[in-house]
Structure formats: structure tokens, C-alpha cells
Design a protein around this ligand. Sequence first.
Ligand SMILES: [Fe+2]
Length: 253
Amino acid sequence: MIIKIAQITDTHLLSNPNTAMRGVATWHSLKAILGRVKLKNPDLLLLTGDLADEGQPQAYDRLFELIEPLQIPTYWIPGNHDRLETMNERLHQWPFVARQNFTLGDWSFILLDSTIDNPKFGEGYFSEQTLANLEKTLNASHHPVAIALHHHPIVTGIDWLDTIDLVNATDFLTILERFDRVKLVLFGHVHLEVERTYNGIQFYGTPSTCTQVLPENAIERDRYPGFRWLELNPDGTHHSQVIRIPPHSIEPC
Ligand SMILES: [Fe+2]
């Protein structure tokens, strides 16, 4: 069985669907992205944080209303802009699934919360408990494993962005190095397409569904909202691509 996943990240929804954030109406942008996602018929949606811009309850309600009609199992983790308590209240009913570890087909999935209380600049950190649980789960797994977190655990090469990464990424990577079965690490936070390989593990950062961070030598396409498409094969290999939509396909407010 090939598992088809749409990673959707950094939706930054606001209470009012018609309010813009840095010139982009985030609700309308997500709506257009979901229209594209639906055509590809994924087995699951993976939302990797910053789902609301300021953790507003109404923003999560708007998210639920947009995703519920798709009837696709939807897993999520928080980002530094989210409020976990509010997410747990608003995003627990089908098709939202509030589970952090699960198996689908031949793959195991581990979703990790990298957020901390009161970060100085939006950085993330894994507690000792989170790292111990990760190690325990990896020891018990016999499948190819995909891990998702919000913050980037590898450098992007963009100075300011690399100051707000996963602060103790070395501790995380040291654990992963011991497990050949870890194949993929997916993250959000960067608002940018990132692809790196480290110790045989593929790391993917994914554009936001709204505003983007532009790399040096950015081209026009780098400004477009997007999501990541993944197809995971039973033998632990995979295929992935970023799909973007041009701004003119987003309905105006
Ligand atoms: Fe974000």
C-alpha cells in the first residue's frame, strides 16, 4: 500500500476569514490550497503547526470548518503561534485525530511537540521527557518511520531563521542516528521549501499555505503558497514534491 500524504503547514489563520496577514488573506489562501489537495485524494493530512496566528479559538473553528468537509483523517501538532489547550478543545472531532503515534500501512508516524512556553523569538525545544518517549517508541517500532515536528532541526542557511530553530536539535539527531528505520523528518516553521539529507534520513521543510520566507536568489514561484505531497512506499522509500498555487487562483476577500 502506498500512503499518500498532504503536509499542510503554517496556515496562520485569524478569527476573521477576511483579515489579511502581511498582505495575504490566510483563510482564502488555505481554502485554495485545500481545493488543490482534494484533487489528489490523500490518505491523510498532516498539519505541522502555526495553524492559528495568535492561537484564537475562532481561528481553529475556521480551520475545522474548512477541513471537515474533506473527510480525510487529519493529524496535527502545534507551532509557536498556537495555543495547545485551545487546539485540544477545538480540534478533537473527526476528521481531526489527536494522536501522536500511529501506524498506517507499512509506516509508523511519530508526531512531536517542539513548542515551549514563552519562547524569546519563536524557537523550539524538546523536553527530556519528549526525547525519552521518542527513544522508547523507536525501540518498539519495526516499520519505516516518519517523524513530524514544527521547528527545523537542521540549518536552512538563512541566518535569522536558524536562530529560531529547534534549540537542542543535536540531542534529537543523536537519537535518530541510532535507528536505520527513521526515513523521514517533516517540519514547518520555515515558510520555505527545504530538502536535506543527514545520516541517510531525508529532512523536508515545507512552504506555508500563506506567506513565504524568500531564499537568496528567490524566483517568483518561491512567493506562492504551497503544500508538500508525499507518497510513502512499503519498502521505506518515498517520493515527495512541493505543490504551489499562483496567487491569482486565490479568491479575493
Ligand atoms: Fe509560521
